[in-house]
Design a protein around this ligand. Structure first.
Ligand SMILES: C[S@@+](CC[C@H](N)C(=O)[O-])C[C@H]1O[C@@H](n2cnc3c(N)ncnc32)[C@H](O)[C@@H]1O
Length: 203
């Protein structure tokens, strides 16, 4: 998808990033929120799905899985590798191609992507994900903190701001935790991550 500012730098580096992203397991990446994930077959969406590592895990758990990824160089090989997942070329804050799916998702993951949204986009994005979730649906986010890689567009988004935006959209905060990056390169560079999970408690 053209014109998505947050994808800056990914197209050129997709081939180098793919093995790095796929090295980590879902369980390690999401250890701090694993306990809130649905245990029975559900309808789930991964936004900014990258190489499809997380979407493939979720599909493997029996969930009907949608993966949204605007960078062609990630989405095209991932959709060939995981054809059982529905791949959509779209982006937050609007997710225009999902407008017909209001209230259909039990779980939305927007992990390692929310910090690509600017100050104007983040409230809109929170409203979009709230609209797409069922009542009692879950939202899982992670936020990167630390030096920004050259050539990328990222913002230092705080957990406090994200929790406040989520509350305005009817979410209850279930998990708020911070830990160093599990990837060696990023850990050595001083990168930490906020891990957040929310439940949609009111419309
Ligand atoms: C750091 S990667 C994370 C990929 C994957 N979630 C993971 O954890 O391995 C960030 C991803 O967000 C995507 N992205 C950037 N801006 C986006 C936006 N506005 N909407 C959806 N995805 C976006 C990028 O194309 C990239 O694939």
């Amino acid at each position: 998808m053209r014109g998505v500012k947050g994808t800056l730098g990914y197209s050129d580096q997709a081939a180098q990033l793919q093995p790095r992203y796929d090295q980590a397991s879902f369980e390690d990446m999401h250890a701090l929120i694993m306990h809130v994930l649905p245990t029975s077959p559900s309808t789930v969406m991964d936004i900014g799905a990258g190489t499809g590592r997380d979407a493939a895990y979720l599909a493997g758990q029996g969930h009907e899985t949608v993966a949204v990824e605007p960078t062609d160089e990630f989405r095209t090989p991932a959709s060939a590798r995981y054809p059982h997942i529905e791949w959509i070329d779209d982006a937050l804050p609007k997710l225009e191609k999902l407008e017909g799916r209001i209230g259909q998702f039990d779980l939305i993951m927007a992990t390692a992507m929310w910090m690509h949204l600017n100050e104007q986009e983040r409230p809109l994005a929170m409203s979009t994900v709230a609209t797409l979730l069922k009542p009692r649906g879950l939202l899982v986010l992670s936020l990167r903190h630390g030096p920004i890689p050259e050539g990328r567009l990222m913002f230092d988004v705080s957990a406090a701001e994200t929790i406040e935006l989520a509350k305005r959209e009817g979410f209850e905060n279930l998990v708020e935790a911070v830990r160093p990056s599990i990837g060696e390169i990023n850990r050595k560079a001083g990168i930490t991550w906020s891990h957040l999970a929310f439940c949609k408690v009111s419309a």
